[in-house]
Ligand binder design. Structure first.
Ligand code: ADP
Length: 246
């Protein structure tokens, strides 16, 4: 592959918090529409890599380019516009606004982007319908199970039609059945929408939903830039042996 399909490139990222080195030269490449897992032990730098790639954290060194544009060269307004419209986010838990209904939560990114309440909620209702969440549209997060809340969070991440969904341990707080449901919904919906997914997880069963994976250890990723041909691979990394995880 010659790199034409590359949507997001993070290269040579370094980030320290005081004496702690979170990233020590990590790379991540994401092609349009692919699901990439980021595995590695706790504290290895996975979340920091995700935050830097998404423009939520500024690395000390290295570069991040989205759709051919260096994030560091964009102004704050443009960077947050990209985050709002082109990126979707799913975190481990506690991300829904408890006072709002599920539908209002899903509509929130559109509301923040200036869409009228009526239109935002109509689009949220349509999406929830397609994702099998219509029944829960009027419930508040406190009335939903953990798995249902995460599926609402996935719908919210999808509502703006993002190009990349960043998911940081999206099933981390769920049992395995609920986790599978969330992963199936996330990957099916992303593939249908043509959105790429960056999936941070320490769980090989979750990583098995990805097309491809990288491993982060001590702030360094195993996939090096230069091996761009690997981006074209749709090899599934399902087995723990092949991922080098014990
Ligand atoms: P992972 O996601 O693999 O568990 P993280 O990226 O969260 O790893 O963290 C990598 C290292 O950086 C850890 O040692 C963590 O304690 C440290 N770290 C991450 N974020 C911060 C922060 N905001 N302040 C201080 N230390 C941090």
């Amino acid at each position: 592959m010659n790199g034409d399909g590359v949507l997001l490139v993070a290269e040579g990222l370094r980030k320290s918090y005081g004496p702690t080195t979170a990233l020590d030269g990590a790379d991540l490449m994401v092609a349009a529409g692919e699901v990439v897992s980021v595995m590695g032990p706790s504290g290895s730098g996975k979340s920091t890599l995700l935050h830097c790639a998404a423009g939520l954290t500024v690395p000390d060194e290295g570069r991040v380019a989205y759709a051919g544009r260096e994030l560091s060269e964009l102004g704050d307004a443009e960077r947050s516009r990209i985050r709002r419209r082109d990126f979707g986010f799913v975190f481990q838990f506690g991300q829904l606004v408890p006072e709002l209904t599920a539908r209002q939560n899903v509509a929130l990114p559109l509301r923040l982007d200036g869409v009228s309440r009526r239109q935002a909620e109509r689009r949220a209702a349509d999406l929830m319908d397609r994702l099998g969440l219509a029944e829960k549209a009027d419930a508040r997060p406190g009335e939903l199970s953990g798995g249902q809340q995460q599926r609402v969070a996935v719908a919210r991440a999808l509502i703006t039609g993002p190009k990349v969904i960043f998911a940081d341990e999206p099933t981390g707080a769920l049992d395995s059945v609920a986790g599978e449901q969330v992963m199936e919904m996330l990957t099916d919906a992303a593939r249908e929408a043509g959105a790429a997914v960056v999936l941070v997880t320490h769980d090989a069963r979750v990583a098995a939903y990805a097309d491809r994976g990288i491993v982060v250890r001590d702030g360094r990723s195993t996939d090096r830039l230069g091996s761009t041909d690997r981006l074209g691979s749709t090899e599934r990394l399902g087995s723990t042996e092949r991922l080098g995880v014990r």
